[in-house]
Design a protein around this ligand. Structure first.
Ligand code: SF4
Ligand code: FES
Length: 233
């Protein structure tokens, strides 16, 4: 496939066919913010924070849009910045972002009003604490899908996570909401590692934050043998 020539913020670049706008911008040293995208996972274009003007009727998600010949990309126009600010304000109105430092930094960078939508319904979901290794607090979940990807065919092939519910009430969940020890989860911890918020947290970290002493934490997080020879909380 012949290479692609395009302009990004007025500068011309030539990139291999198949390069996304995000990759081309990165190579050119032009920053584009991301939330759901992770460099080692399949991009799904879910959060839209990376949206840029690329000549289409609507803005394009840079993380999943391939560069096209003659494309003229604007990564930081007023419309782009306004869109990003609104996305961040909608997120802040819905989800507890207190433990999402990268998103907090974007809220500041884009001067987003965290209280712009005070009537917005909040995600209020009880904490799931069903195993000795990690807790799930989906009140802090932004449905970025990273944990699902890493648990599936991007890395672990365990397929313990998927989604549940529809529309606003869509959450990440196990099959039929089973407790994690009863699923195919192997407790590799990769989901915790890629989560950009406080939705997935190591149990030991949570207990330390609650003020428990290390000996007590060791006892509380010691795996017990389960029915299938696996672990249980
Ligand atoms: S639990 Fe974390 S990684 Fe999974 S979808 Fe929610 S925010 Fe993303
Ligand atoms: S970072 Fe591109 S859509 Fe989320």
């Amino acid at each position: 496939m012949p290479p692609i020539t395009l302009t990004i913020d007025g500068r011309e670049f030539t990139v291999p066919a198949g390069t996304t706008i995000l990759q081309a911008a990165e190579q050119a040293g032009i920053p584009i913010p991301v939330i759901c995208y992770h460099p080692h996972l399949t991009g799904n274009g879910l959060c839209r924070i990376c949206s840029v003007e690329a000549g289409g009727r609507v803005q394009s998600a840079a993380c999943v849009t391939e560069c096209g010949n003659g494309m003229q990309v604007q990564t930081n126009s007023m419309a782009v910045r306004r869109g990003r600010r609104t996305i961040l304000e909608l997120l802040a109105s819905t989800v507890n972002l207190e433990e999402a430092p990268e998103i907090q930094a974007l809220l500041d960078e884009y001067a987003a009003d965290r209280h712009r939508f005070p009537e917005g319904e909040r995600r209020e979901i009880p904490l799931l604490d069903d195993n000795p290794f990690y807790q799930r607090d989906y009140s802090q979940c932004i449905n970025c899908w990273r944990c699902v990807q890493v648990c599936a065919d991007d890395a672990q092939f365990a397929f313990a996570l998927n989604f549940n519910g529809r529309g606003f009430h869509t959450t990440i969940a196990t099959f039929q909401d089973q407790p994690m020890p009863d699923t195919t989860c192997v407790f590799c911890g990769q989901c915790v590692g890629v989560c950009p918020t406080g939705a997935l947290k190591p149990k030991r970290q949570a207990l330390l934050e609650e003020g428990h002493d290390p000996d007590e934490i060791f006892f509380k997080t010691k795996p017990k043998r389960g029915r299938r020879g696996g672990v249980s909380g």
